[in-house]
Design a protein around this ligand. Structure first.
Ligand SMILES: Cc1ncc(C[n+]2csc(CCOP(=O)(O)OP(=O)(O)O)c2C)c(N)n1
Length: 691
């Protein structure tokens, strides 16, 4: 608890006034915008007030201070509550921005967006995601503390708080994340549950009847109930107890009332998603003894009370800075590593051990090459941490010898599945369990926290299970690396349920996400370089289960062409090709062989390896035209996935050999043959185009 703040019970009138300031700033903004959600801010204002004025460690003048407590409004639709808190405590969110809530060009969008509004930690709105992000932040805090803190030097030492709603707790991703957080004993994760028993369209009694406290008890959380959401002292004591609990995450169930104080709308879903209406706003102000005019009224003493956060924050950060200065003296190497990680800089020579793979007709699966590259990078990039959703043996994403992330006291656990290097929260291998959706949300939390470059792996087909957080990673411009293996029908016998078809097209449709499907071991190595060097964007690496030949770079173009998204692998002996064969990933080897056969018939094909549309689209037009020459209209794209989108590269006269139906259960080579991914069929389609 911030020592500078008076006890809650000592100034009840001030407390009430501050809470009503939060409420009415929020509902006035919703009313003026004529859209938004007034209900949550009104009911949750007391708990938010207690947390923000008496517990939250933050510096409004420096929202980026690394050791601040993190706060997430997981129920992002209640955004006005957060904007009110940010404005009142002194962040650079001026009142005119509150008045421009939800308007074009404002920094107060309908749902909070990271990067747009100072003090907004993560973008929330899709319910449940913020819940998962908090788990990621708490993992980041625990992990960095374990690796970098030393006795007497608590450099990383903060809490992660969130306000979560009924909707958050109903979403499946919250269940996955809560299960993981309980297992990992994330004692510094504290969620306030706004238990108002109303959602968008109804009361929760028709949809949500499990005992929430017992549910979270069963996950291994510490739970407490506050029966009256206006009881500030009870909230304060619950927060104190939650902070004192070090081995379990905490859920504080606070019984609140949606639209608190509104005579006509409290406890009804009508208080949820639309403005109260001018008359009801007036009636609510009257009911809570608040001046009806002017709107956006902020009593001076309330503002002064909230603004104490600036002074307190400056003191807290100054104390941390002197700790940091002493730490730099005492542990210069650790300090350098941590600083580099926090700045998201790569150490010099970080890539010195990345192997070059010799040409090899049999080659290796790109998932295997990826595993080798990751393990060459890991010793030199301490920030690289991550894992898979229970698929390590298949995704080859274990960082061998770098420890398994498990809480202290887990020593009696069954130890199979270890990646070596010991079990502790300093371990860099995260075991997500079979929880893809939580993994996606946790990766976002890790990246948003700072200090790590997180990766997560699963089969490409199951990227569908984590699509919502992938989209949010792109929206937030987070540096998250996805390793998606088993990337086509060629995975074989597992059959159509496991064979991705439309996933590549789906991922490519997400703005800002870089998708790279390397064709061989060396392209995989360059893809990892791009993945590490790219900051502020998520990257998906799409890798094969099956072997692919390692291309002879003496005969074909240099692999650095991957950086440009697409490049000419060969024009054959003729500078004026008759057609262009474009392929990605495992299909590049097929078109290379096809080009050879075509040459025997005196047909000259250019072969373009096109591992990444996004990287290619970012190239200047001169480069793009040099690869896909406008004068060559006969173009065949070959990719074992949905053909959707390829026509923009092959044009009206081109053709696409893709997969526009579901796969089947059979050996991979049989499937590739049956689906037409053979040298003969590529030649046939190419020649047909020329006719
Ligand atoms: C994944 C997702 N589904 C649906 C919605 C639309 N939505 C916004 S708020 C809400 C219900 C909110 O109920 P609750 O979480 O209890 O919030 P409160 O009513 O307390 O404001 C819904 C369904 C959403 N934002 N996210």
């Amino acid at each position: 608890m911030n020592s500078a703040n008076p006890s809650l019970s000592s100034a009840p009138a001030l407390d009430e006034s501050c809470i009503n300031t939060l409420r009415f700033l929020s509902i006035d903004a919703v009313q003026k915008a004529n859209s938004g959600h007034p209900g949550l801010p009104m009911g949750a204002a007391p708990m938010a007030y207690v947390l923000w004025t008496h517990f939250l460690k933050h510096n409004p003048i420096n929202p980026g201070w690394i050791d601040r407590d993190r706060f997430i409004l997981s129920a992002g639709h209640g955004s006005m509550l957060l904007y009110s808190l940010l404005h009142l405590t002194g962040y650079d969110v001026p009142l005119e921005q509150i008045e421009r809530f939800r308007q074009w060009g404002s920094i107060t969008p309908g749902h909070p967006e990271r990067g747009l509004t100072p003090g907004v930690e993560v973008t929330t709105g899709p319910l449940g995601q913020g819940f998962a992000n908090g788990v990621g932040m708490a993992i980041a805090e625990a992990h960095l503390a374990a690796r970098y803190n030393r006795a007497g030097f608590d450099i990383i030492d903060h809490f992660t708080y969130a306000i979560v709603s009924d909707g958050d707790l109903m979403e499946g991703v919250a269940s996955e994340s809560a299960s993981l957080a309980g297992h990992l004993k994330l004692g510094k994760l504290i969620y306030l549950y706004d238990d108002n028993r109303v959602t968008l369209s109804a009361g929760t009694d028709i949809t949500f009847s499990e005992d929430r406290a017992r549910r979270f008890d069963a996950y291994g959380w510490h739970t407490q109930s506050v029966g009256d959401g206006s009881d500030l002292v009870a909230i304060e004591y619950a927060l104190r107890a939650a902070r004192a609990e070090t081995t379990r995450p905490s859920l504080i169930l606070v019984r609140t009332h949606l639209g608190y104080g509104s005579p006509g709308k409290q406890d009804t879903f009508e208080a949820h998603g639309s403005p109260l209406g001018v008359d009801e706003v007036r009636a609510t102000k009257r009911n809570l003894r608040w001046p009806e005019e002017p709107p956006f009224f902020i009593p001076e003493y309330a503002l002064a009370h909230f603004r104490r956060a600036i002074e307190q924050g400056a003191r807290d950060e100054a104390a941390w800075k002197s700790r940091w200065a002493a730490y730099v003296q005492a542990f210069p190497d650790l300090a350098r590593d941590l600083e580099q990680a926090l700045r998201a800089d790569l150490p010099s020579d970080w890539d010195a051990d990345i192997p070059t793979f010799p040409a090899d007709a049999k080659g290796m699966a790109t998932r295997v090459a990826s595993g080798k590259v990751m393990n060459a990078i890991a010793p030199r990039v301490p920030a690289l941490i991550g894992g898979s959703a229970d698929l390590d043996p298949s995704t080859f994403t274990a960082l061998a010898g770098f420890g398994d992330f498990e809480p202290v006291g887990a020593s009696a656990l069954d130890r199979q599945g270890s990646d070596g290097g010991g079990w502790s929260i300093a371990g860099r291998n995260l075991h997500f369990g079979v929880r893809e959706h939580a993994m996606g949300g946790v990766l976002n939390g890790l990246a948003a926290h700072g200090g790590t470059v997180p990766f997560g792996a699963t089969f490409l087909i199951f990227s569908d299970y984590m699509r919502p957080p992938i989209r949010l990673a792109a929206l937030m411009r987070l540096h998250v690396i996805y390793v998606f293996t088993h990337d086509s029908i060629a995975l074989g016998e597992d059959g159509s349920t496991h064979q991705p078809v439309e996933q590549l097209a789906g991922l490519r449709s997400i703005p800002g996400l870089i998708v790279i499907r390397p064709c061989d071991a060396n392209e995989t190595a360059v893809a990892w370089r791009v993945a590490l060097e790219t900051r502020e964007r998520p990257i998906a690496l799409i890798l094969t289960r099956q072997h692919v030949p390692t291309i002879d770079r003496d005969e074909f173009a240099d692999v650095s062409g991957l950086r440009r998204g697409a490049y000419v692998l060969t024009d054959g002996p003729n500078a004026k090709p008759d057609l262009i064969l474009i392929a990605t990933g495992s299909e590049v080897g097929v078109v290379v062989a096809a080009a050879r056969q075509l040459l025997e018939r005196n047909v000259h094909a250019r072969v373009v390896s096109m591992p990444s549309w996004e990287l290619f689209d970012a190239q200047p037009v001169e480069y793009r035209d040099a690869v896909l020459s406008p004068s060559i209209s006969a173009r065949l794209a070959v990719e074992a996935g949905a053909s959707q989108g390829w026509h923009r590269y092959v044009g009206d006269h081109g053709d696409v050999l893709g997969v526009d139906r579901f796969g089947a259960s059979a050996p991979g080579d049989v499937l590739l043959r049956e689906f037409g991914f053979t040298v003969e069929n590529v030649c046939r389609r190419a020649l047909a185009m020329l006719r």
